[in-house]
Design a protein around this ligand. Structure first.
Ligand SMILES: [Zn+2]
Length: 186
């Protein structure tokens, strides 16, 4: 999902101290990112466009937290989200495919502004049709990777059990040895 991709453009040193690297500030990475999302080879964004992207990301971060904590979106947040989407340059088309009618959406103009709007659009669609209770932030406080928990009981705690999951297990184990508790007790 586009909005999750945007949130995860903040990379943390999950194995270490959680040091943050903002990949949106990495010129090469940013260009590749847009291309991978289907926006092709865009000209470099202006400072103002980068600022907007970063701003939207922090708003989406806040709102995703709200949704995750079940507090929903305020009217003000909804207004702001609508504002972000207003720059979207796409139109819908009804098409016939093998006797079936399908509604497609095509982006008319691919630039940094329409990509920014598309991130907001993807989040808005998720709030209306998705399941907010699936939003998770990795339980490793030095990672905080955003993902959707697809387990039935919403029990997934880490972005990756083999990576952050194991790391946290080792940390708990060490903490217990330090305090003199039996390490085999979870
Ligand atoms: Zn993680």
């Amino acid at each position: 999902m586009l909005w999750i991709e945007l949130l995860n453009s903040e990379w943390r040193d999950w194995k270490g101290d959680g040091h943050l690297t903002d990949k949106l500030m990495d010129l090469e990475w940013r260009q590749k990112f847009a291309a991978q999302l289907g926006w092709g080879e865009l000209p470099y964004p202006s400072e103002d466009q980068v600022e907007k992207l970063v701003h939207l990301r922090s708003e989406l971060h806040n709102w995703a937290r709200h949704l995750q904590q079940n507090s929903g979106l305020t009217l003000d947040a909804i207004e702001r989200l609508n504002g972000w989407m207003a720059a979207g340059g796409y139109r819908k088309r009804l098409m016939k495919r093998e006797e079936r009618l399908v509604l497609t959406e095509e982006t008319l103009l691919k630039n940094w502004d329409t990509l920014t709007a598309a991130f907001a659009d993807s989040f808005a669609q998720f709030t209306a049709e998705g399941e907010p209770s699936r939003i998770k932030f990795c339980d490793n406080p030095n990672c905080l990777w955003v993902f959707l928990d697809e387990t039935r009981n919403r029990t997934k705690r880490y972005c990756d059990d083999k990576l952050c999951g194991n790391l946290m297990k080792v940390r708990r184990f060490r903490a217990k040895i330090k305090t003199g508790a039996k390490p085999d007790e979870q």
